[in-house]
Design a protein around this ligand. Structure first.
Ligand code: TYD
Length: 133
């Protein structure tokens, strides 16, 4: 699932770097919500859910973390350690995030507002939802 990783446009000069992400150009959806995860305990794992419809891009803008992605048939682990790179987490993709470094800030761009009804928080329910069981 390496194809889910994407490098964003970057402008670098001798003063520093700038990365820009435009909705429906650099990510395949309108961005309705932005949130970020930080101050995560070293051995903590987050996520443990899939979404029914939501599309997201995860970008570790500082530090690093790992993301496990599972579409029900294939599993993949990605290390996010570049502020210029993001991973697409579409609907029906079980995901877990872990190994956050102390300074890690995980930025998430989301296609819709927060809706608890869009979450599948049980792995058995996830497999049932995608018709694998
Ligand atoms: P959750 O999505 O479970 O976090 P993670 O996937 O990182 O483990 O969200 C944690 C809490 O924050 C949960 O109580 C729901 C709340 N929350 C919102 O209120 N709005 C949001 O946009 C998000 C992402 C979470």
């Amino acid at each position: 699932m390496e194809e889910l990783l994407k490098k964003f446009k970057q402008s670098v000069n001798d003063t520093g770097a700038l990365t820009v992400i435009e909705a429906q150009k650099d990510v395949p959806f309108e961005i309705k919500r932005v949130y970020y995860i930080y101050n995560v305990e070293q051995d903590a794992r987050r996520g443990f859910h899939a979404h029914k419809k939501l599309e997201q891009y995860l970008i570790c803008v500082n530090g690093s973390c790992k993301v496990d992605i599972d579409d029900g048939s294939e599993k993949s682990t990605v290390c996010l350690d570049n502020p210029n790179e993001g991973i697409y987490v579409g609907p029906k993709m079980w995901h877990e995030m872990y190994d956050f470094t102390d300074e890690a800030v995980l930025l998430v761009l989301a296609s819709d507002y927060y809706d608890e009804a869009d979450y599948i928080r049980n792995y058995g329910d996830f497999l049932q939802f995608i018709g694998m069981e």
